[in-house]
Design a protein around this ligand. Structure first.
Ligand SMILES: Cc1ncc(COP(=O)(O)O)c(C=O)c1O
Length: 426
């Protein structure tokens, strides 16, 4: 932690030196409001809005011909977005496709790559993963006629918040078929060492998949070079595609050309799709892992949003994000040490994702009070407050203000007027 006192002047100077500060005006932000929840739903940008309007105009003007004749032809949009996403995850363009959701894509890729045989039947995951991933794994194991209670191994956490890579490696054995882990843990924001885990798994003949929900758009990846077998992600968090925005998947090129576990007509090679044959000719790219008609209006925002990442550069986004989260932790240390908060995310840069995770017994009521005071935090039951200072639209001074608002609220016990329990969505 820094020893020098952080003042408003300190953070104002940081803002002046911020090479990404111009991007803030591209987003719909509100005056006197601090949005710290971009790790759940990113803000709307003007470019994303324009991209949706373009697709609506294409529909208005071209009707069915919008599939091929529109300004952004819908028939090729998923591939185009895949290509634009590839640099964010260190993939080749044909290894990525915009499609589905995390849960649907996980079903697809587990159905494809989990082929239990006599010796390898187990999937290794973890006890801290997002429930939907676990449900998908459980049901895929059942689909193969096996019992998930026997075949799904969930690595335990020693502290309840983070995972030790050594514990994960210890669970990899000659019975393991697939390893599926989050890149960044959704609660604590721990960034796992994807390269090391992939290496260790491959040495034991295990296929590796990652859920990039909390890392895509927040930090760089090198999925192709690390030889990661597959990955899934959503786009409504750091990539700002909007509520229910279409997700994406990656499959390493060494696996391309094979039949998808769950096929549909959009799995086809594009030139063959409209031959309407009953024998599928799968695309030789990640396109093969699509199923049905793409959700154009929920994909289109990415065309605008991803351009900003290309202009900013994901390394610069990561560098500012690390500065923001470090500042936030230092300020919490400086201003909030009397109020019983515990930082549970890893402190080291190389083990930290894009959000800070604060534990407090009154987390639910504190989050409600923060909202009343103009700060949108993110609450995870039973006691976690997640704060995500997003590099493209949060300033260093915003972070300073948020901590001072939180301090005042705690001093005046404003949270006591709220029940310390979660709402229907939290
Ligand atoms: C880590 C993680 N995995 C999976 C999901 C579920 O994603 P989806 O609803 O897009 O399938 C989420 C949703 O927030 C998530 O954070």
């Amino acid at each position: 932690m820094t020893k020098e006192k952080i003042t408003r002047e300190t953070v104002q100077e940081m803002d002046q030196n911020d090479t990404l500060r111009a991007f803030r005006s591209e987003f719909y932000t509100k005056d006197n409001h601090y949005y710290m929840d971009g790790n759940s739903l990113g803000l709307l940008s003007k470019r994303a809005e324009d991209a949706v309007l373009t697709s609506l105009k294409d529909w208005k003007e071209h009707a069915i011909d919008g599939w091929t004749e529109g300004k952004e032809p819908w028939f090729y949009m998923s591939e185009k977005i895949g290509e634009k996403t590839a640099p964010l995850i260190g993939a080749k363009p044909h290894e990525v496709i915009n499609t589905g959701s995390i849960t649907a894509n996980l079903h697809q890729l587990i159905a494809t790559f989990y082929q239990p045989d006599k010796s390898r039947t187990k999937i290794v995951a973890d006890t801290l993963n997002f429930p939907s991933d676990i449900y998908a794994l459980q049901s895929q194991i059942e689909q193969k006629g096996l019992k998930h209670e026997e075949e799904l191994i969930r690595v335990e956490s020693q502290d309840g918040y983070t995972l030790d890579e050594d514990d994960i490696i210890a669970q990899m054995d000659e019975q393991t078929a697939v390893l599926l882990l989050p890149s960044v843990l959704y609660r604590s924001g721990q960034l796992l060492d994807m390269k090391r885990l992939t290496n260790e798994a491959h040495q034991r003949g295990i296929l590796v998949g990652f859920d990039l929900a909390h890392s895509i758009g927040a930090l760089p990846h090198q999925l192709h070079d690390w030889c990661v077998d597959f990955a899934v992600w959503c786009t409504y968090k750091y990539l700002n595609s909007g509520p229910g925005g279409v997700g994406g998947l990656y499959v390493h090129e060494k696996h391309l050309g094979q039949k998808p576990g769950l096929a549909g007509w959009f799995s086809s090679k594009k030139e063959k799709q409209f031959d309407m044959e009953h024998t599928l000719t799968p695309a030789e790219t990640a396109s093969a892992f699509q199923m049905g008609t793409p959700h154009i209006l929920s994909s289109a925002p990415l065309l605008g949003s991803l351009d900003m990442f290309h202009e900013a550069g994901v390394e610069a986004v990561r560098s500012k994000s690390l500065q923001l989260t470090r500042l936030l932790m230092n300020l919490i240390h400086q201003e909030l040490s009397d109020f019983g908060f515990q930082i549970v995310n890893p402190l080291e840069d190389e083990r930290r994702g894009g959000h800070i995770s604060l534990v407090h017994p009154e987390a639910a009521s504190i989050c409600k009070a923060l909202k009343m005071e103009g700060v949108t935090p993110d609450y995870r039951s039973p006691n976690v407050i997640r704060l995500a200072p997003i590099a493209l639209y949060i300033s260093f001074e915003d972070v300073y203000d948020v901590v001072l608002i939180l301090k005042k609220l705690m001093e005046e016990e404003k949270h006591k007027q709220f029940k310390n329990e979660r709402g229907i969505i939290a």
